[in-house]
Design a binder for this molecule. Structure first.
Ligand SMILES: [Zn+2]
Length: 212
C-alpha cells in the first residue's frame, strides 16, 4: 500500500511528498542503511499509511530487508503467510494478559532466519489486529519489557507503557545482540522526532505537523 500522507502543514509551508514532514525540515537527507541480523515484517494497519507520525516506516527506510504488509479487517495478507514457512517467526506483543503470556517464547537463534512480525498501529488497533487475525494465533510471542519509558510524544493519546513501532525494533535489535545496529536505528528515530518538532515550532502555526 502506498503511503499518501495526510495534509498536515499550514498554507505557508510545503510538505515533503516522500516523508510527509515539512520540506526543509524533513528526514529525507538522512542517510542510513542498517544491516540487521534478523528481519522485521510490519503488519501495518491501513490507517497508518497516511499518518505522518508513523514510525514503522523508519524501520522500512533504515533496514532494506524490511517488508511491509497491509492489514485490513477483511483481507488476509496472503503474501506474508506464504513466506512464513521459510522463517523462524515471532510475533511481537505485550504479555500483560494470560492469553498471550502462555505463548511467550524467548528469542533463540535457529537455522532459519528469524523474523519479527510487528503490528504497526496504535495499541488499540494492534489488539484488534491480533484478535481478528487467525493466522497470527499460533505464533510464539516475544514480549518486550522495556527498561525505559517511550520517548515518542507525537500522538495525543500516548499508549502508556508501550513503545512506538520503531522503538520496538530498537529493543529487539538489542535483544538479539545487535547493539550497534540498535543504536543507529535509535539515532535515526531521534532525528525524526527532532525534525518533526522543528517543523512544528519553526513556523509557529498550530497546524504545522500537528500532533494527532
Ligand atoms: Zn522528506
Amino acid at each position: 500500500m502506498k503511503r499518501t500522507f495526510q495534509k498536515k502543514v499550514s498554507k505557508n509551508t510545503i510538505q515533503c511528498e516522500t516523508c510527509g514532514l515539512v520540506k526543509g525540515r524533513c528526514i529525507c537527507d538522512y542517510e542510513i542503511d542498517i544491516n540487521a541480523p534478523v528481519e522485521f515484517w510490519l503488519l501495518t494497519h491501513e490507517n497508518e499509511f497516511s499518518r505522518t507520525n508513523n514510525t514503522g516506516r523508519l524501520i522500512e527506510y533504515a533496514i532494506a530487508s524490511t517488508r511491509v504488509f497491509a492489514w485490513s479487517r477483511t483481507e488476509t495478507p496472503s503474501q506474508m503467510i506464504a513466506l512464513m514457512d521459510d522463517y523462524d517467526v515471532y510475533l511481537v506483543f505485550a504479555d500483560d494478559r494470560d492469553e498471550e503470556k502462555k505463548r511467550v517464547k524467548s528469542y533463540e537463534p535457529s537455522e532459519k532466519k528469524t523474523v519479527f512480525i510487528i503490528l504497526d498501529g496504535t495499541w488499540k488497533e494492534a489488539r484488534k489486529m491480533l484478535r481478528k487475525s487467525p493466522y497470527l494465533a499460533d505464533l510464539p510471542i516475544i514480549a518486550l519489557n522495556p527498561k525505559s519509558q517511550t520517548s515518542y510524544d507525537l500522538r495525543r493519546n500516548k499508549d502508556q507503557g508501550h513503545l512506538c513501532t520503531v522503538e520496538v525494533a530498537v529493543a529487539l535489535l538489542d535483544e538479539v545482540g545487535a547493539i550497534k545496529e540498535a543504536d543507529a536505528l535509535n539515532m535515526y528515530f531521534e532525528y525524526f522526532m527532532d525534525r518533526y518538532h522543528d517543523g512544528k515550532y519553526e513556523h509557529g502555526g498550530t497546524n504545522d505537523q500537528t500532533i494527532i
